[in-house]
Design a binder for this molecule. Structure first.
Ligand SMILES: [Fe+2]
Length: 168
């Protein structure tokens, strides 16, 4: 594979693991505010991010390339409100989307058709990720963070389960 593409995918593995940490921190924050449902929701999000990281990891190894695991910065842990955490998350997903687009740019530039096919899954996934957070922000803003409304949204968030997507 093209070296720049391999380097960028290794960097992406780091960002996906960073995302998993960011959402685990948000899960703990949600718990501290007694939003047990949102705690579950963020923990599932954390599992999804580990799945993304491992998908890139497996892909590089399948292509006979070297995987390089690195450390990363501490995630933000202090949020003033659930809305602030969710907005931070949406903004972060926007960054991840720009990263996936960059990977697609590089794969296209070097005409790596297999990588283009592989990355298409992530392009679609990012649309869903951003939509998930936008929906939650909309709902939380609709009802506010105290009272019966948020209680019901929290119960709904408690139902989210992680199901690894079928192999593509
Ligand atoms: Fe991700």
């Amino acid at each position: 594979m093209d070296k720049k593409l391999v380097d960028e995918i290794n960097l992406q593995i780091k960002y996906e693991f960073f995302s998993s940490h960011l959402y685990l921190a948000m899960a703990a924050f949600a718990n501290s505010r007694n939003f047990d449902g949102f705690e579950n929701w963020f923990k599932v999000q954390r599992d999804e991010e580990v799945f993304h990281a491992m998908k890139f990891y497996t892909y590089l190894l399948d292509r006979g390339e070297e995987v390089i695991i690195t450390g990363f910065d501490n995630p933000k842990t202090d949020y003033k409100s659930l809305t602030e955490a969710l907005e931070y998350a949406l903004n972060h997903e926007g960054f991840v989307t720009s990263r996936i687009n960059l990977l697609m740019d590089v794969a296209t530039e070097v005409k790596d058709y297999a990588a283009i096919q592989f990355l298409q899954w992530f392009i679609n996934e990012q649309v869903e990720e951003e939509d998930n957070f936008r929906n939650l922000i909309g709902k939380v803003k609709m009802v506010g963070e105290t009272g019966e409304g948020i209680f019901h949204i929290d119960l709904e968030a408690a139902k989210r389960i992680f199901t690894p997507p079928a192999a593509v």
